[in-house]
Design a protein around this ligand. Structure first.
Ligand SMILES: Nc1ncnc2c1ncn2[C@@H]1O[C@H](COP(=O)(O)OP(=O)(O)OP(=O)(O)O)[C@@H](O)[C@H]1O
Ligand SMILES: [Mg+2]
Length: 522
């Protein structure tokens, strides 16, 4: 201790007060003190900053004046209880400088005088905004996961039923030829069943169980093509423009699904701009890290972004929090099914990307899709995949028995589905062998050299599923083509050893079946 300090008790006191102040100013908490007259006597730097003032600025000022009426209304009762001698803990919220909501957890500890009376109160508080946000995000993710599983299971069962319905109706069309009953009864039934299949596809997309076929997509090109199409289908009061910040934007994504996601976004934008407006689609390379990446549940890195912006009605916060939920719609009955954004969300997540929404009421909405960039070596991957079965209701026309004479091994554990697919194969001219399980099929592959193609369900009980069967075939008869059928999206992603196996999403039309078989044989 220096002589100067030792000589001055006053100086030592000031020095230790200063140290104490430095300490309270640096710890990451709000610390304050108010007296029984509801007047602040102390606030550390963080506490003062929280209310937009300084320690000097809040000293000797009434609580209401410092914290404002919004927070005061939430804490008044707690202050009263603390000044009556009770230790009180609670949370309160207030709007931050940027309009965001901030949350604080506070504890008030009464300060007792020598006679046991309360003379004031210590305040200790921490900012829990970030904790609230992560808890909220987690709860939201869990909710989406749960709804996904629920709808996924349901959709899968419906898919099988629709495969049977559509297949049998096609069979009926073939059998009846140009009988008037076809146009009167069968075609409307087919159209409705195919409409149902369209709905189920969106549900499966939401629950990330839609088979997807990611390939390298030149995003600028796809967006330009889509913009042309969207321009034609939106009313002329809406202008559609595109912009790109980067030239070479290649994403690894299913182009058909991406188109339908963009169409869903465009239709939402149209509905949000009943009196016209602007729809802007902008592509760029977007690098995200830290909290932004965590919010999207994505690893930090660079993604291909497609931002679809409108200057329509925007969304309130209640709508925003539910926008991805299946069946959530604010549209009149019959005008929206509430599956558009659910489809977009599920598909983008399944593709390894994320969706970000910014929306302000009366200003507009921007929905940004972040897609994984195509790796350099992926240039050699196949070009755009085959189309999904059409949403329309027409009866497909199939060239006369194009696969005449080929022996196809059909592997499917569900009798009814097997029956329908067998009929479809027969209609294409194939001879059909049937197996109910992977093991039975493997036996046949080993013993019947005439089998020219294997068409197998993926999910089958009994230890050998479709994928295992495909691996078996690759080992014992590498030249034998395999096509897998699935209502689920356990389709191989590029890079997996069985990535080249054709996967056919259920339910499928005869046309789609033919396409898949041709692709496998080619
Ligand atoms: N661009 C937007 N502007 C304003 N609100 C939007 C926008 N996009 C979505 N919404 C809101 O989110 C809700 C859900 O959208 P979603 O696309 O999932 O269903 P929908 O459009 O109501 O019906 P569907 O797309 O199945 O026909 C909409 O009803 C609407 O309230
Ligand atoms: Mg919609």
């Amino acid at each position: 201790m220096s002589e100067d300090q030792a000589s001055s008790g006053q100086g030592a006191l000031t020095h230790s007060e200063l140290r104490l102040r430095q300490i309270t100013d640096t710890i990451p908490a709000h610390i304050g003190y108010f007296d029984h007259d509801w007047v602040f006597r102390y606030g550390n730097r963080r506490y003062a900053q929280w209310f937009g003032t300084t320690s000097e600025g809040m000293k000797d000022r009434p609580i209401l004046e410092v914290i404002g009426p919004h927070v005061f209304a939430q804490v008044e009762d707690k202050v009263r209880r603390a000044l009556a001698g009770e230790e009180v803990s609670y949370e309160y919220s207030m709007p931050g400088p940027g309009g965001e909501i901030l949350y604080t957890r506070s504890t008030l500890v009464p300060d007792f005088g020598p006679g046991g009376e309360v003379i004031g109160c210590y305040v200790h508080a921490v900012d829990v905004t970030e904790q609230r946000r992560t808890q909220g995000a987690l709860a939201q993710a869990q909710k989406m996961e749960a709804i996904g599983q629920l709808t996924g299971g349901l959709a899968h069962d419906f898919n099988n039923m629709l495969t049977v319905v559509i297949g049998n109706l096609h069979g009926l069309v073939e059998a009846l030829g140009d009988h008037p009953a076809v146009a009167e009864y069968v075609e409307p039934a087919l159209a409705a069943a195919e409409g149902g299949a369209g709905l189920i596809r969106r549900l499966l997309a939401f629950s990330r169980q839609q088979p997807i076929a990611p390939v390298v997509v030149e995003v600028n090109e796809l967006v330009l093509d889509m913009a042309r199409m969207i321009r034609r289908s939106l009313p002329s009061t809406i202008t559609v423009s595109t912009a790109s910040r980067d030239v070479d934007l290649r994403a690894l994504v299913d182009p058909n699904q991406l188109e339908s996601a963009l169409l869903n976004l465009a239709l939402n934008a149209r509905d949000a701009m009943p009196n016209g407006g602007e729809l802007r689609i902008a592509c760029s390379l977007e690098c995200i890290e830290g909290a932004a990446a965590a919010d999207l549940e994505l690893p930090p890195g660079c993604y291909v972004q497609i931002a679809v912006a409108d200057n329509g009605t925007g969304m309130d916060s209640a709508t925003l929090t539910r926008v991805f939920e299946p069946f959530f719609t604010t549209k009149k009955f019959g005008l929206g099914s509430g599956l558009g954004m659910a489809m977009v969300y599920g598909f983008i997540k399944q593709s390894g990307g994320g969706v970000r929404i910014r929306s302000r009421q009366a200003v507009g909405t921007t929905v940004s899709l972040l897609l994984p960039q195509a790796p350099r070596e992926a240039a050699a991957l196949p070009a755009a995949g085959t189309a999904e079965p059409g949403d329309g209701g027409g009866v497909p026309t199939v060239a006369a028995r194009p696969l005449e004479g080929r022996l196809v091994l059909l592997v499917e554990d569900d009798d009814k589905v097997r029956d329908v697919v067998r009929k479809q194969l027969s209609a294409l001219g194939c001879a059909v062998l049937e197996a109910e399980s992977g093991h039975e099929a493997a036996d046949m592959v080993e013993n019947i050299p005439a089998i020219a193609l294997v068409l197998s369900d993926i999910v089958m009980p009994g230890g050998m599923d479709g994928r295992a069967l495909a691996r078996f075939v690759r080992r014992f008869r590498p030249e034998l083509p395999v096509v897998l059928m699935s209502g689920y999206a356990d389709r191989a992603l590029p890079g997996r050893e069985d990535a080249d196996v054709e996967v056919l999403g259920k339910p499928f039309t005869q046309e789609r079946l033919l396409e898949a078989l041709r692709a496998a044989i080619a």
